[in-house]
Design a protein around this ligand. Sequence first.
Ligand code: SAM
Ligand code: SF4
Ligand code: SF4
Length: 390
Amino acid sequence: MTLAQSIIPITPLATQEKTSLDSNFIQNGKGHAGMIHPAHLIQEGAASDRPFIEDSLRRPLRDLRISVTDRCNLRCTYCMPREVFDHQHAYLPRSDLLSFEEVERLAKVFIRLGVQKIRLTGGEPLLRRGIEHLIEKLAKLHDPSGIPIEIALTTNAVLLSSKAQSLKDAGLSRISISLDGLSEAVFQRMSDSNISVSTVLDGIAAAQRVGFSPLKVNMVLKRGVNDHEIIPMAEHFRNSGIILRLIEYMDVGCSNGWRMVDVVTAKEIHQRIHQLYPLQELEPSYPGEVAKRWRYADGCGEIGLVASVTQAFCSGCTRARLSTNGMLYTCLFATDGADLREPLRRGADDHLMGSLITQYWQRRTDQYSQLRHTVAAGTRQKIEMSYIGG
Ligand code: SAM
Ligand code: SF4
Ligand code: SF4
């Protein structure tokens, strides 16, 4: 069995396809593995001239989320419930984690296949020791036509006030911060911690001070737990230059006990804000943007609504996820993935890694959110978000 055949846990390729795996990987970032039918090799217009590969539903690979740790200093009930993620939980041993050099190498391969944005996530990415060094490496990357790759990070901001400057200096382009309420009791209940809201607000202030702009604050809504914080949060972030993004609670993983009745829909969130502060719809900032953008009619800023449950956006989903230990997943709700660490550590070169990723992406059929309410979707053994990367 060849290295390539041994790692992709998917339907075997036809013989002819297997033999072309190594030889046809097109170089200089303009192409991809032999598996690709010429019709799939599409160039964008002259303005961007960026290559890309497509999945079986003709969605390009454009975004890469990299989870840099499966650990976290909070225990948000919708993500890492303490009953499951307790001291007995088996976190990944250090030797399983991709090194920064391995992440950088894979990032370069993904970029040659069309990735334009990289987001570091987790778990809590600021817990990964020396994260600034990884950012420094990634911030130097650019696509085949010389356009710099945007490097973003999502954090709970518990450690942000002391790290904001070094993250900026390392070349991080953007930060999104998670905050589910302003009241101490609500925040501590949602995060199942005794961290103070002021710690997160200090982190936000530090990020603003060092020049991260525009900052985005993510708020996940759970009915009866923090939905009464919608208006206080909207009022707090109006006029601040910060974009509040209100997110429907999702059924990621299998441990959060998700129920549809706990979801506060984007429609309802919109109504609640709109009746106090009229909103006007804005155009997406870029194709495939997951948040629907709204501006306050009085000019006091912008919010985003992420209707991942009630208005699925799978048809425009261009995201791949790389887990902390190097598994490639093509959906947030994936049940399995492709091990990229194994071939990497066994000496596969960049062309072979590119072929493997291309093959996996080409087979992608994911559209979980659009199928959520079907029986098949309901019985899936999904991977936890803290591991796969939120
Ligand atoms: N620890 C970092 C943080 O919280 O920002 C990064 C990782 S976290 C998994 C990434 C994002 O996923 C956060 O904004 C979090 O609120 C969101 N998230 C986690 N579980 C979720 C769920 N069940 N539904 C919706 N969003 C969720
Ligand atoms: Fe940690 Fe982020 Fe998950 Fe909360 S949402 S438990 S902060 S990884
Ligand atoms: Fe993308 Fe999967 Fe989410 Fe659909 S359900 S938008 S395919 S990550």
